[in-house]
Design a binder for this molecule. Structure first.
Ligand code: ME8
Length: 556
């Protein structure tokens, strides 16, 4: 462990009103890779996910499904989110449910603090509410629709979901008081930016600058919203689900009061909190980037570190929806490909700031490429038939080298063709540029770019093996053979270490295959020529299982 560095990563907490879909897996996967990346650097890392169990949306879904008690209803669905995580090795450290007592206490505490600080007041509220989006919309965003039977309904133009008109007493939060602080926060740029990617930061900032924020209704009459936390000292009102839900990010770490202890050295909760990264989808930006920091500022609490916003997955080129029947259930994806292949393919075919189109063919394509490129590379260098001695290459012939230059000195003793030399040069250049950019790409969630870099290197290594033909009888010079095998396998070792966050099982099977010891698989070990202890049983014939089986069951 790196005792001084703390990281906390969160997914949105999901509505357990239906089974999880691909979008839920995507948020979780982005967070899981980041958590594992933190662990790879030996940081203290926490990863929080969970379920958002209160509110009108859940209350109504429970009734539709024949449950008088909404808790019994969500009790049937929350386990599905946990199963999804288990199925895809989503390695969270905390799973929070908003019905947990410790969370309810925190929500009430946050309310009281905002109230005491003068940012909550009671007033009459009238407006258009969408249960599906759990939000009010302004009059300017409402349109009237009439069907052939002359039935009228009102929808909002942002999500096209139905809205209904309400006039009632609510508590309000003085969001307008925080407009200038929000503008300052979202004006932070570059490494200090609070929102990533930049396009989202700019759009939220521009909107903030061009609108006057209205105060936010943060309660509903209890007779309309019974499935909710009661407003402290006023049981006629229930707390708005978003005020409740956002507080989960603190509850997962501990009691809210702990954050008021500003002695950072002794306050572990505060250390995690100030290094919190929220991952969210684009439809919930305002809740996280406007409302959430305002609640925290109002209560005098420190802010999390940043918010990462991703776009959505489409299915058959369009938004997933139950009525179109194109919702992708991640539990139903063809698991025979292996969960890591699915993780890799989802991340390879997506970018944060684009909607991504899901295609089943991408999974089989991904699996085939794994077999033909990476699997084959390892197989060629480590199999009983080839008689290469990886252990000798790693421990003896190249046992003294600790850098690219040491390697090149020995390599140049061989009589080499121009092509071979050029290939070695280009492999090292590619490796260096990959290593220089890897951390930044990880920090900025450019996982697809990392994957692209990896394929470039694997392609070059395959080409190198093909050109140098170490198995060729005319090339049996042992030092030359060792050089080829060492270069190829040491870079494969580095790639396997660095892909652990993305494909935790498969990468470790690769590392097991070449006998890299478990204590030498962290970020600091991912350097050329720094490990001379692996390779002992790489040619063990029992490790030579058919390649298809290897990819499917990770038997490298
Ligand atoms: O919004 N592709 O919960 P939720 C990618 N409970 N992501 C998608 C998506 C898609 N097609 N559809 C939805 C909630 N998402 C609240 C969160 S947090 C304090 C409360 C994402 O279950 C969506 O953007 O409706 C959101 O980030 C997440 O799934 C959860 O959605």
């Amino acid at each position: 462990m790196c005792p001084s560095i703390y990281r906390h990563i969160t997914t949105p907490i999901f509505y357990p009103n239906a089974s999880p879909h691909l979008g839920h897996l995507y948020s979780s996967l982005l967070a899981d890779v980041q958590h594992r990346w933190n662990q790879l650097q030996l940081y203290n890392s926490k990863f929080t996910t969970g379920t958002d169990e209160h509110g009108l949306k859940i209350q109504q879904a429970a009734i539709r499904n024949g449950y008088a008690d909404p808790l019994k209803f969500v009790d049937t669905l929350t386990p599905k989110f946990k199963s999804l995580d288990a199925q895809y090795d989503i390695n969270y450290t905390n799973f929070i449910r908003t019905t947990d007592i410790k969370h309810i206490k925190n929500v009430k505490k946050l309310w009281e603090k905002c109230f005491q600080n003068g940012h909550i007041y009671k007033d009459i509220h009238q407006g258009w509410y969408s249960v599906s989006d759990e939000t009010f919309y302004p009059e300017s965003k409402i349109i009237k629709l009439e069907n052939d039977d002359k039935e009228v309904k009102y929808v909002n133009t942002e999500t096209n979901n139905e809205v209904t008109y309400h006039k009632e007493t609510n508590y309000f939060f003085k969001l307008s008081d925080f407009q200038n602080q929000l503008i300052d926060l979202h004006s932070r740029k570059g490494l200090n930016a609070w929102i990533f990617p930049e396009s989202k930061r700019l759009s939220l900032l521009n909107e903030l600058k061009s609108t006057n924020l209205s105060d936010l209704s943060i309660s509903r009459p209890s007779e309309r919203l019974s499935w909710a936390i009661s407003v402290p000292n006023d049981s006629t009102q229930s707390i708005y689900v978003w005020f409740d839900a956002l507080t989960n990010y603190i509850s997962s770490l501990g009691p809210l009061e702990n954050l008021y202890n500003s002695d950072n050295n002794n306050n572990t909760m505060l250390k995690y909190w100030s290094q919190t990264t929220h991952i969210i989808g684009k439809d919930i930006m305002k809740f996280h980037c406007w409302y959430w920091p305002s609640f925290l500022l109002s209560a005098g609490l420190p802010l999390p570190k940043r918010v990462i916003i991703h776009d959505h997955w489409l299915s058959q080129g369009v938004k997933m929806s139950k009525s179109l029947g194109n919702v992708i259930d991640p539990m139903e994806l063809p698991l025979q490909y292996g969960k890591d292949i699915i993780r890799w393919s989802i991340l390879e075919n997506s970018q944060l700031n684009h909607d991504n189109n899901f295609k089943n063919e991408d999974l089989s394509k991904c699996r085939n490429i794994f077999i033909s490129k990476w699997g084959n590379l390892i197989n060629r260098c480590c199999n009983a038939k080839s008689k290469f001695d990886l252990s000798r290459a790693v421990n003896k012939t190249y046992g003294n080298i600790s850098s690219k230059d040491d390697f090149l000195n020995i390599w140049q003793e061989q009589s080499l063709s121009l092509v071979e030399n050029e290939q070695v040069d280009s492999i090292f250049n590619q490796l260096e540029s990959f290593q220089q950019t890897y951390s930044v790409k990880m920090e900025t969630f450019q996982y697809n770019h990392i994957i692209k870099d990896i394929w470039k290197l694997i392609d070059q290594l395959n080409l190198f093996i093909q050109t140098t033909k170490p198995w060729n009888k005319t090339n049996t010079n042992q030092r030359r053979q060792d050089a080829i095998i060492f270069l190829t396998m040491d870079i494969s070792r580095i790639l396997s270490i660095l892909t652990q966050p993305i494909i935790p099982q498969l990468s470790n099977k690769f590392l097991d295959r070449i006998d890299v010891c478990p204590e030498r698989r962290s970020f600091r070990d991912a350097k050329f020529g720094t490990d001379h202890t692996y390779g002992a049983n790489a040619n063990d014939p029992s490790k030579n299982v058919p390649i298809e089986r290897k990819v499917a069951s990770y038997e490298y």
